[in-house]
Write a protein that binds this ligand. Structure first.
Ligand code: SF4
Length: 320
């Protein structure tokens, strides 16, 4: 399973993410963070600093990425960026945005982050003009700019829990979000392998299903003893999360990007009980084959750099 590196007695990972807000100014169908269905919530700076300080005792990352929802909806975003800098947790701080609010962002934001990552959706609220202005401000403040054009999302949502244990395990083991892209996160005193445990229960409620408290079940408490060994266990876990029963990971079939109307956000249509036909089987088999080869290689040459290089190659081959 995922290669975990230790450096100077701390766990070292390529990336960690933080959901600065739960809500978004877009409502993309199949948003991996289920933002269209979440109530507005901005994270509390005090809780963030408490969790961050605890995590920084045992964890280091190359890149700390603020995500959402849309992180620019948080008016204190620069304070959060400063807190990460002070914690020493990360080498690079990045904000991921759909770009729509960039014209309203203060210079302080461009000055304080190392990298701005824009997901450019086919939506008239973001245009090349906004991008040109953002690029000029990035150039002025020495901020790296990354732009990805996105016009399709993979299906992730599942109406009812998957009952096929083997399929759940395969979806988990093939999941690029958890094991290749390092989309680990923390939220209200807990660390998570991915952000789905944060939002699945609320989404299922909208569908009319009561499910377990996934934040509790799949979370690793940050403020209890032996944090490092509990985090290592979570990062190297070979069995699926409970949340994986409600998720197709990164092997759902593509669907064209679209914005959900308000009616569907308030009362989502159930994606159906039998999503097996929505699984891209060749992709699933291909990623599992890669995982087996990756394990063999890393058993022979256990190296964080090699593990990262293999992740880059897998992403280039498998795409998003
Ligand atoms: S819930 Fe499971 S399959 Fe879905 S993103 Fe998280 S780890 Fe991957």
């Amino acid at each position: 399973m995922p290669f975990v590196a230790l450096k100077n007695g701390r766990i070292y990972s390529h990336k960690i993410e933080y959901n600065l807000v739960d809500h978004c100014n877009f409502s993309c169908d199949e948003c991996s963070h289920l933002s269209p269905f979440m109530a507005s919530r901005k994270q509390d700076l005090e809780q963030f600093v408490e969790d961050l300080s605890r995590l920084a005792q045992v964890y280091r990352v190359r890149r700390f990425r603020f995500v959402g929802g849309e992180p620019l909806l948080h008016d204190k975003i620069v304070d959060f960026v400063d807190a990460v800098k002070q914690s020493g947790l990360a080498e690079i701080i990045e904000v991921a945005s759909n770009g729509v609010l960039l014209d309203h962002a203060k210079d302080d934001l461009f000055r304080s982050v190392d990298s701005l990552s824009i997901s450019w959706y086919p939506d008239p609220r973001f245009s090349k003009d906004v991008l040109v202005r953002a690029k000029s401000r990035c150039d002025e403040f020495g901020t790296r700019l990354r732009v990805a054009r996105i016009n399709k999302f993979r299906r992730m949502q599942v109406g009812q829990p998957l009952e096929d244990e083997r399929l759940v395990s395969e979806i988990y083991r093939s999941c690029l979000i958890a094991h290749t892209w390092n989309c680990q996160t923390f939220y209200d005193g807990n660390f998570y392998l991915c952000s789905r445990p944060l939002y699945t229960q609320a989404y299922q409620r909208l569908l009319g299903s009561e499910v377990e408290n996934l934040r509790h079940i799949d979370g690793v408490p940050l403020h209890e003893p032996n944090l490092k060994s509990r985090l290592l266990d979570a990062l190297q876990k070979t069995t699926a999360l409970t949340s994986c029963r409600y998720c197709l990971g990164t092997v759902g079939r593509y669907q064209t990007w679209r914005q959900l109307p308000l009616t569907e956000r308030r009362k989502p249509q159930s994606p159906g009980a039998l999503p097996n036909e929505d699984v891209a089987t060749i992709r699933l088999r291909g990623i599992l084959g890669w995982r087996a080869m990756e394990k063999l290689i890393l058993n022979v040459w256990p190296s964080a750099r090699l593990a990262r290089a293999l992740n880059v190659v897998l992403t280039a081959i498998a795409g998003h």
